[in-house]
Structures are given as structure tokens and as C-alpha cells.
Design a protein around this ligand. Structure first.
Ligand code: ARG
Length: 243
């Protein structure tokens, strides 16, 4: 009898344990982004909106996961992912060889490139090599930083966010900034005193980052992305945010 009770309680404990496990699997997926990068992620009042937000909501719908967005400084996103504070990053994040050492990336969902922004009256800069000998701003941890650090003779100044970067440019603390094309274009469209200069920087691909051990999540995200691209949702989002 005693043995029976023992076995019975062990079974109960196992059921409780696996029951919880299952619940945990279904629990929220925290998605990190740096909401200062229009049109991909930005604030409208208190809300975080943008292409990445909509895309991730569609992915969540298809794969049956519940997502909650967390706004984090861009260079804090990868550490937050590694520490388990967030489970995914969608933040206009470019796939790079170095980042791939630490995270898995989904299939890519957008192509971009780095461009230069200057004040409209500036006639000195027409391409990347003209940045030589100049004070150039980049945002901390952005791929623009990598592009600029490869140029000879540039004095690089780093800012926490894209907004800070633009402020520094407008107040002439830096002569030029290097930033992703769509975000730069968006700033130029809303600030007549800024001018966009497109040059010959490499193509970059944006993708969603996850921890390396989250293989199942990666698979779900890729399957959803594929559907979204096939069923017209992707094109609708492009039309909503880009013209
Ligand atoms: N594409 C660049 C990178 O991966 C910049 C991304 C910045 N994104 C943001 N949400 N602030 O480094």
C-alpha cells in the first residue's frame, strides 16, 4: 500500500511537472527592438509601430505564439537575447558574420544598404571616400559603424540612437552621418535641411535573430515568413510603409 502511494504521488508530480512545461512552451515570446528606426520601428505616442511590428504580429498569428515587444537600446539587444530577457530580435537588424557567431538568423525579410546624410547646404561630400578627413557620426552598434570604421582617416563619433545621431548632424557636431537607407530617407523626407547621398555601400539583409538553441522557434518563424511572402501579406506591408 505504501509503495502504491509513493508511486501514485510520483506519477502526480510528473503530471504536474510536464503540465507546467507545456504551459511554459505556450507562454509569451518577448521580442526586442529599438523603436527609434522609422519606418521599421518607432513610437507613435506610447505605442510602438512600424513595418517590423506588423510583420512580427503576422508571424505570431501564423505560428500561434503570443508576442510582447520590448524597447531596448540597439547595442543592448544581443546581450538581452543572450541573457534570456528577450527571445527574439526584430529591429532592422542586418545579418553579419560576427552576429551569426552568437545568434541564429531567420531567412531575410528586407534588403538595405548604408547611405550618407549631410546638411542640405553641404557640397563637400558625394560618396564614401569623401568622408576621409571628416568628423562622421554613427549610431552605437549599427552596421553603419562598421562601414565607417573601414574608411581611412575618418574621425568617428558614436551616438546612442539614430535620433541622437540626427540631432548631432543638425547642430553641426558632425559633418555627415552614415545610416540605413530607408531610415535616412525617412529623415530626409521630414527634414528639408537634410540631404541624402547614396553611394556604393554593400547590400545588407535584415533578419530576425534568435538564440542558437531555439531551433523550433527558428523553424516556426521561417515557415511563417514563407507564407507571408507567398500570400500577399508581405507586399501589403511593403505598400503600407514604403512607396
Ligand atoms: N541595420 C543596422 C544594423 O543592423 C541598423 C539597425 C538599427 N535598428 C534599430 N531599430 N535601431 O546594425
Amino acid at each position: 500500500m505504501k509503495n502504491f502511494l509513493k508511486i501514485f504521488s510520483i506519477i502526480l508530480a510528473l503530471i504536474a511537472f510536464f503540465g507546467c512545461e507545456k504551459k511554459e512552451e505556450k507562454s509569451k515570446v518577448y521580442v526586442g527592438m529599438n523603436a527609434d528606426f522609422a519606418p521599421f520601428e518607432y513610437r507613435e505616442g506610447k505605442n510602438i509601430v512600424g513595418f517590423d511590428v506588423d510583420l512580427m504580429r503576422e508571424i505570431a498569428k501564423i505560428s500561434g505564439i503570443e508576442v510582447e515587444f520590448m524597447d531596448i537600446q540597439f547595442d543592448g539587444l544581443l546581450p538581452a537575447l543572450e541573457l534570456g530577457k528577450i527571445d527574439m530580435i526584430i529591429s532592422g537588424m542586418t545579418v553579419t558574420e560576427n552576429r551569426k557567431k552568437f545568434v541564429n538568423f531567420s531567412d531575410s525579410y528586407f534588403n538595405s544598404t548604408q547611405v550618407i546624410l549631410v546638411n542640405s547646404e553641404n557640397q563637400n561630400i558625394g560618396n564614401f571616400s569623401d568622408l576621409s578627413g571628416k568628423v562622421v557620426g554613427v549610431a552605437l552598434g549599427f552596421t553603419g559603424d562598421l562601414v565607417v570604421s573601414k574608411l581611412p582617416n575618418v574621425s568617428v563619433q558614436k551616438f546612442n540612437t539614430a535620433s541622437d545621431l540626427i540631432l548631432a548632424l543638425k547642430s553641426h557636431k558632425v559633418e555627415a552621418v552614415v545610416l540605413d537607407y530607408e531610415t535616412a530617407k525617412n529623415y530626409a523626407a521630414h527634414n528639408q535641411d537634410l540631404k541624402l547621398i547614396q553611394s556604393d555601400a554593400a547590400n545588407e539583409e535584415y533578419a530576425i535573430a534568435m538564440r542558437k538553441d531555439e531551433v523550433e522557434l527558428l523553424q516556426k518563424v521561417n515557415e511563417a515568413l514563407k507564407k507571408i511572402k507567398e500570400n500577399g501579406t508581405y507586399d501589403a506591408l511593403i505598400a503600407k510603409y514604403f512607396d
